[in-house]
Design a protein around this ligand. Structure first.
Ligand code: ZN
Length: 238
Protein backbone atom coordinates (compact mmCIF):
# COMPACT_ATOMS: atom_id res chain seq x y z
CA UNK A 1 0.00 0.00 0.00
CA UNK A 2 1.42 3.40 -1.05
CA UNK A 3 1.50 6.19 1.47
CA UNK A 4 3.03 9.59 2.14
CA UNK A 5 4.56 10.52 5.47
CA UNK A 6 3.93 13.81 7.19
CA UNK A 7 5.41 15.14 10.39
CA UNK A 8 3.21 17.10 12.73
CA UNK A 9 4.06 19.03 15.86
CA UNK A 10 0.40 18.83 16.82
CA UNK A 11 0.09 15.05 16.60
CA UNK A 12 0.41 13.17 19.88
CA UNK A 13 0.29 9.75 18.29
CA UNK A 14 0.56 8.19 14.87
CA UNK A 15 -2.39 8.94 12.68
CA UNK A 16 -3.47 7.11 9.53
CA UNK A 17 -5.61 9.23 7.27
CA UNK A 18 -7.18 8.36 3.96
CA UNK A 19 -7.72 11.36 1.74
CA UNK A 20 -10.90 11.80 -0.28
CA UNK A 21 -8.98 10.70 -3.39
CA UNK A 22 -8.03 7.43 -1.67
CA UNK A 23 -4.36 8.17 -0.84
CA UNK A 24 -2.99 7.18 2.55
CA UNK A 25 -1.27 9.81 4.68
CA UNK A 26 0.69 8.70 7.74
CA UNK A 27 1.02 11.54 10.23
CA UNK A 28 3.89 11.07 12.66
CA UNK A 29 4.52 12.96 15.88
CA UNK A 30 7.98 14.41 16.43
CA UNK A 31 10.54 11.81 17.36
CA UNK A 32 8.64 8.83 15.96
CA UNK A 33 10.85 6.75 13.66
CA UNK A 34 9.72 6.12 10.07
CA UNK A 35 11.17 2.64 10.44
CA UNK A 36 7.97 1.43 12.15
CA UNK A 37 5.63 2.71 9.46
CA UNK A 38 5.54 -0.32 7.08
CA UNK A 39 4.66 -2.64 9.96
CA UNK A 40 2.03 -0.23 11.21
CA UNK A 41 0.39 0.06 7.80
CA UNK A 42 0.44 -3.73 7.49
CA UNK A 43 -1.23 -4.13 10.87
CA UNK A 44 -4.08 -1.82 9.85
CA UNK A 45 -4.38 -3.18 6.33
CA UNK A 46 -7.87 -4.65 6.78
CA UNK A 47 -9.23 -1.41 8.20
CA UNK A 48 -7.48 0.67 5.51
CA UNK A 49 -8.84 -1.43 2.69
CA UNK A 50 -12.34 -1.35 4.11
CA UNK A 51 -12.23 2.41 4.59
CA UNK A 52 -10.74 2.99 1.13
CA UNK A 53 -13.54 1.06 -0.50
CA UNK A 54 -16.11 2.94 1.58
CA UNK A 55 -14.59 6.25 0.52
CA UNK A 56 -14.71 5.13 -3.10
CA UNK A 57 -18.38 4.16 -2.66
CA UNK A 58 -19.29 7.50 -1.17
CA UNK A 59 -17.35 9.27 -3.91
CA UNK A 60 -19.41 7.42 -6.49
CA UNK A 61 -22.56 8.30 -4.60
CA UNK A 62 -21.56 11.95 -4.57
CA UNK A 63 -20.80 11.97 -8.25
CA UNK A 64 -23.98 10.24 -9.30
CA UNK A 65 -26.98 12.27 -10.32
CA UNK A 66 -29.07 10.94 -7.48
CA UNK A 67 -26.65 12.30 -4.91
CA UNK A 68 -29.43 14.20 -3.16
CA UNK A 69 -30.80 10.79 -2.17
CA UNK A 70 -30.07 9.57 1.33
CA UNK A 71 -26.45 8.47 1.69
CA UNK A 72 -25.16 4.93 2.18
CA UNK A 73 -21.95 6.35 3.61
CA UNK A 74 -20.78 9.60 5.14
CA UNK A 75 -17.10 10.52 4.73
CA UNK A 76 -15.88 13.00 7.34
CA UNK A 77 -12.62 14.28 5.83
CA UNK A 78 -11.91 16.56 8.79
CA UNK A 79 -11.40 13.56 11.05
CA UNK A 80 -10.48 10.92 8.45
CA UNK A 81 -13.56 8.82 9.16
CA UNK A 82 -15.96 7.10 6.84
CA UNK A 83 -19.25 6.00 8.34
CA UNK A 84 -21.57 3.54 6.70
CA UNK A 85 -25.23 4.45 7.06
CA UNK A 86 -27.84 1.74 7.48
CA UNK A 87 -31.61 2.14 7.51
CA UNK A 88 -33.76 -0.02 9.76
CA UNK A 89 -37.50 0.47 9.58
CA UNK A 90 -39.38 0.03 12.87
CA UNK A 91 -42.88 0.87 14.09
CA UNK A 92 -41.68 4.13 15.62
CA UNK A 93 -42.91 7.34 14.00
CA UNK A 94 -39.63 9.09 14.67
CA UNK A 95 -36.20 8.45 13.19
CA UNK A 96 -33.12 8.22 15.39
CA UNK A 97 -29.47 7.86 14.44
CA UNK A 98 -27.29 5.67 16.65
CA UNK A 99 -23.57 5.02 16.40
CA UNK A 100 -22.17 1.50 16.41
CA UNK A 101 -18.54 0.29 16.47
CA UNK A 102 -16.49 0.27 13.29
CA UNK A 103 -17.96 3.54 12.09
CA UNK A 104 -21.51 2.40 11.48
CA UNK A 105 -24.47 4.64 12.04
CA UNK A 106 -27.91 3.10 12.05
CA UNK A 107 -31.09 5.04 11.38
CA UNK A 108 -34.09 3.37 12.88
CA UNK A 109 -37.76 4.27 12.95
CA UNK A 110 -39.93 5.57 10.14
CA UNK A 111 -37.11 5.35 7.60
CA UNK A 112 -39.53 5.77 4.67
CA UNK A 113 -39.71 9.42 5.61
CA UNK A 114 -36.68 10.90 3.78
CA UNK A 115 -36.92 14.29 5.47
CA UNK A 116 -37.02 12.66 8.90
CA UNK A 117 -33.94 10.58 7.97
CA UNK A 118 -32.08 13.67 6.79
CA UNK A 119 -32.98 15.50 9.99
CA UNK A 120 -31.76 12.54 12.08
CA UNK A 121 -28.48 12.44 10.15
CA UNK A 122 -28.06 16.18 10.58
CA UNK A 123 -28.69 15.88 14.34
CA UNK A 124 -26.06 13.13 14.46
CA UNK A 125 -23.60 15.31 12.51
CA UNK A 126 -24.20 18.20 14.88
CA UNK A 127 -23.44 15.99 17.88
CA UNK A 128 -20.31 14.82 16.09
CA UNK A 129 -19.29 18.40 15.26
CA UNK A 130 -19.81 19.39 18.87
CA UNK A 131 -17.63 16.58 20.21
CA UNK A 132 -14.94 16.96 17.54
CA UNK A 133 -14.78 20.62 16.53
CA UNK A 134 -15.28 22.23 19.92
CA UNK A 135 -12.26 20.63 21.69
CA UNK A 136 -10.25 21.20 18.52
CA UNK A 137 -11.02 24.94 18.63
CA UNK A 138 -10.24 25.07 22.36
CA UNK A 139 -6.89 23.37 21.86
CA UNK A 140 -6.01 25.65 18.97
CA UNK A 141 -6.96 28.75 20.99
CA UNK A 142 -4.93 27.58 23.95
CA UNK A 143 -1.93 26.86 21.80
CA UNK A 144 -2.11 30.15 19.87
CA UNK A 145 -3.09 32.13 22.99
CA UNK A 146 -6.51 33.36 21.98
CA UNK A 147 -9.50 33.63 24.27
CA UNK A 148 -13.05 33.31 23.07
CA UNK A 149 -16.55 33.05 24.52
CA UNK A 150 -18.85 30.18 23.72
CA UNK A 151 -18.90 27.85 20.75
CA UNK A 152 -22.02 27.03 18.82
CA UNK A 153 -22.43 24.52 16.02
CA UNK A 154 -24.72 25.68 13.25
CA UNK A 155 -25.91 24.38 9.93
CA UNK A 156 -25.57 27.21 7.46
CA UNK A 157 -25.33 27.11 3.70
CA UNK A 158 -23.17 30.15 3.10
CA UNK A 159 -20.69 30.53 5.95
CA UNK A 160 -18.12 28.14 7.35
CA UNK A 161 -17.89 29.99 10.64
CA UNK A 162 -18.32 33.35 12.30
CA UNK A 163 -17.28 35.25 15.38
CA UNK A 164 -19.46 37.72 17.30
CA UNK A 165 -18.31 40.91 19.00
CA UNK A 166 -18.69 39.05 22.28
CA UNK A 167 -16.18 36.48 21.04
CA UNK A 168 -18.69 33.68 20.51
CA UNK A 169 -17.50 31.43 17.71
CA UNK A 170 -20.02 29.70 15.49
CA UNK A 171 -18.86 26.68 13.49
CA UNK A 172 -20.68 25.14 10.56
CA UNK A 173 -21.40 21.43 10.85
CA UNK A 174 -20.22 21.20 7.20
CA UNK A 175 -16.62 21.73 8.36
CA UNK A 176 -16.64 18.00 9.11
CA UNK A 177 -16.48 17.38 5.35
CA UNK A 178 -13.34 19.36 4.54
CA UNK A 179 -9.63 18.62 5.05
CA UNK A 180 -8.24 19.11 8.59
CA UNK A 181 -5.76 21.81 7.50
CA UNK A 182 -8.68 23.80 6.11
CA UNK A 183 -10.72 23.37 9.29
CA UNK A 184 -7.72 24.65 11.20
CA UNK A 185 -7.47 27.64 8.85
CA UNK A 186 -11.16 28.52 9.33
CA UNK A 187 -10.79 28.24 13.12
CA UNK A 188 -7.69 30.44 13.17
CA UNK A 189 -9.45 33.02 11.02
CA UNK A 190 -12.28 33.25 13.56
CA UNK A 191 -9.87 33.26 16.51
CA UNK A 192 -8.04 36.22 14.94
CA UNK A 193 -11.40 38.02 14.91
CA UNK A 194 -11.41 37.84 18.72
CA UNK A 195 -8.52 40.32 18.45
CA UNK A 196 -9.56 42.25 15.32
CA UNK A 197 -13.13 42.32 14.06
CA UNK A 198 -12.18 43.61 10.59
CA UNK A 199 -10.37 42.23 7.56
CA UNK A 200 -7.66 44.88 7.68
CA UNK A 201 -3.99 44.44 6.83
CA UNK A 202 -3.30 43.92 10.50
CA UNK A 203 -5.88 41.15 10.66
CA UNK A 204 -4.25 39.24 7.77
CA UNK A 205 -0.85 39.87 9.33
CA UNK A 206 -2.05 38.28 12.55
CA UNK A 207 -3.52 35.32 10.69
CA UNK A 208 -0.27 34.85 8.78
CA UNK A 209 1.61 34.45 12.05
CA UNK A 210 -0.52 31.44 12.94
CA UNK A 211 -1.16 30.12 9.44
CA UNK A 212 1.69 31.05 7.06
CA UNK A 213 -0.15 29.35 4.18
CA UNK A 214 -3.36 31.30 4.80
CA UNK A 215 -3.70 32.57 1.23
CA UNK A 216 -3.66 29.14 -0.30
CA UNK A 217 -5.88 27.78 2.50
CA UNK A 218 -8.35 30.62 2.00
CA UNK A 219 -8.63 29.81 -1.72
CA UNK A 220 -9.12 26.13 -0.96
CA UNK A 221 -11.74 26.82 1.69
CA UNK A 222 -13.74 28.90 -0.78
CA UNK A 223 -13.68 26.03 -3.24
CA UNK A 224 -14.44 23.43 -0.60
CA UNK A 225 -18.23 23.84 -0.67
CA UNK A 226 -18.41 21.12 -3.30
CA UNK A 227 -17.02 18.70 -0.72
CA UNK A 228 -20.30 19.01 1.17
CA UNK A 229 -22.61 16.20 0.08
CA UNK A 230 -25.77 17.32 -1.70
CA UNK A 231 -28.14 15.36 0.51
CA UNK A 232 -27.25 17.75 3.32
CA UNK A 233 -28.48 20.73 1.32
CA UNK A 234 -31.90 19.32 0.53
CA UNK A 235 -34.97 20.20 2.53
CA UNK A 236 -35.54 22.80 5.19
CA UNK A 237 -32.69 24.44 7.02
CA UNK A 238 -32.14 23.31 10.58
ZN1 ZN B 1 -13.41 37.13 8.75
Amino acid sequence: MDYTIRRSTRARHVWLRLSASGGLVVVLPQGYSERHVPELVERHRAWLERTASRLAASRTARESKSSTALPGAVALAAVGQSWSVEYRPTASRRVTATEYPEQRVILSGNTCDCDACRDALLRWLRRKAKTVLEPWLRELALHAEFTFGRVVVRSQRTRWASCSRQGAVSLNVRLLFIAPELVRHVMLHELCHTVRMDHSKRFWGLLEKHDPEWQSHRRQVRAAWHEVPSWLNVGPRV
